[in-house]
Design a protein around this ligand. Structure first.
Ligand code: MG
Length: 378
């Protein structure tokens, strides 16, 4: 079980909930890192008293240094500062919750210190899964999933059976805010529409990914790497209620599911306490009043992002990095109001078609693929 934790991405949705769990479970936050939110970081530093607070944005770090001048918290800035938080020797655990490809280097840095890494940054595995997990093995770092679906799969696989007995991993998908809409109805979707998720409250990037269903596509690739399963053995089921967080089907057709209220604090906590379970702050599931549970097939024609992700998963190599880089850039343009909702899959498709995928990539191949994909989108 974790005792001293560094939280990378502490001002985001997962980071804030992680701090709640850490405090409620009697653990200690020894370092915090984020991108640029100086004001919220000041509040967190005053409340949780870490030894170190890092902001990637140098100007925001300078602001934070002034704000925290009356405390003992050491403030550092830039990527170097974030890496210092990622590798701080007093932490036994790192929560990797920075958004996007930007989380890759700090996550790897924590892995190379042999820390327990609670991974909430799915882009890290989508872009560089085999390399990251190889390093984890080499440095003796344990990687535990924070994503609710992957935590559910982890729990359903916990009997540690022979992987040959697993027939299929089944990820549940809420369907997002535009479930049931046809492709032509999605053309006029605004940023405001896309930021309303029915069940989960999350940051802007992942909320848009949930609306396009790219999020589920990224999660399939994440599961493929994390559990070493071919993409053909991973399925997605639409489950509007977000009560079952994912399932494992075994070769005898037994299916194991993990249920819980849609509350990220539970998977965060389990990544921190595994193999132990302890009482925590997450909401209990009221099975008697949660209503019927429904299941259906995803509509890949209306939501082509998921189909593109499955295609990238089959291609392998740098295809995941190309998919992710193009998606991050396209979602950025959509949030700025520069392109429409349906342009997101169109731009990602263009990137996958025009940037060649390299097999068995090095880290440099992955960074190059990410860059080339972003350039096709802008
Ligand atoms: Mg998820």
């Amino acid at each position: 079980m974790s005792k001293k934790v560094t939280v990378l991405g502490s001002t985001g949705s997962i980071g804030r909930q992680s701090l709640e769990v850490i405090a409620a479970c009697g653990m200690e936050a020894v370092a915090l890192a984020a991108n640029s939110s100086a004001k919220l970081m000041e509040e967190q530093a005053r409340r949780y008293r870490p030894a170190l607070a890092a902001l990637a944005d140098e100007r925001a770090a300078a602001d934070l240094r002034v704000r925290l001048a009356d405390t003992n918290v050491r403030v550092v800035g830039g990527l170097e500062g974030v890496l210092e938080a990622a590798t701080i020797s007093s932490a036994d655990t790192a929560i990797a919750a920075l958004v996007g490809m930007a989380g890759l280097r700090p996550t790897l840095a924590s892995i190379r210190e042999g820390k327990r890494v609670c991974l909430a940054n799915k882009e890290t595995l989508v872009c560089a899964g085999p390399l990251v997990l190889e390093e984890a093995k080499d440095y003796g770092a344990k990687v535990y999933p924070v994503d609710s679906e992957h935590s559910a799969l982890f729990q359903c696989l916990e009997a540690n059976r022979d992987r040959g007995e697993v027939k299929r991993l089944i990820l549940t998908c809420s369907g997002g805010p535009f479930y049931g809409k046809k492709r032509e109805e999605l053309a006029g979707i605004t940023v405001e529409d896309a930021l309303k998720h029915p069940n989960w409250s999350m940051g802007a990037k992942i909320t848009v990914d949930s609306a396009t269903l790219m999020n589920k596509g990224l999660e399939v690739i994440e599961a493929m790497h994390l559990y070493r399963m071919p993409v053909e053995k991973i399925s997605v089921v639409i489950h509007r209620e977000s009560i079952i967080h994912s399932l494992v089907e075994y070769c005898d057709n037994a299916m194991l599911a993990q249920l819980g209220a849609p509350d990220m604090r539970l998977p965060i906590q389990y990544a921190l306490t595994y193999p132990k379970r302890i009482p925590g702050p997450s909401a209990p599931l009221d099975l008697w009043n949660c209503g019927p549970l429904t299941f259906g097939a995803p509509d890949l024609e209306a939501f082509p992002c998921m189909a593109l992700a499955l295609e990238a998963a089959k291609t392998g190599g740098t295809a995941g990095a190309i998919l992710n880089g193009a998606n991050e850039a396209a979602v950025g343009l959509f949030l700025e109001g520069k392109i429409g909702f349906l342009d997101i899959p169109a731009r990602v498709e263009k990137a996958l078609a025009s940037v060649p995928a390299v097999q068995n990539p090095t880290m440099q191949d992955i960074l190059d693929a990410d860059q080339a994909a972003r350039e096709t989108v802008l």
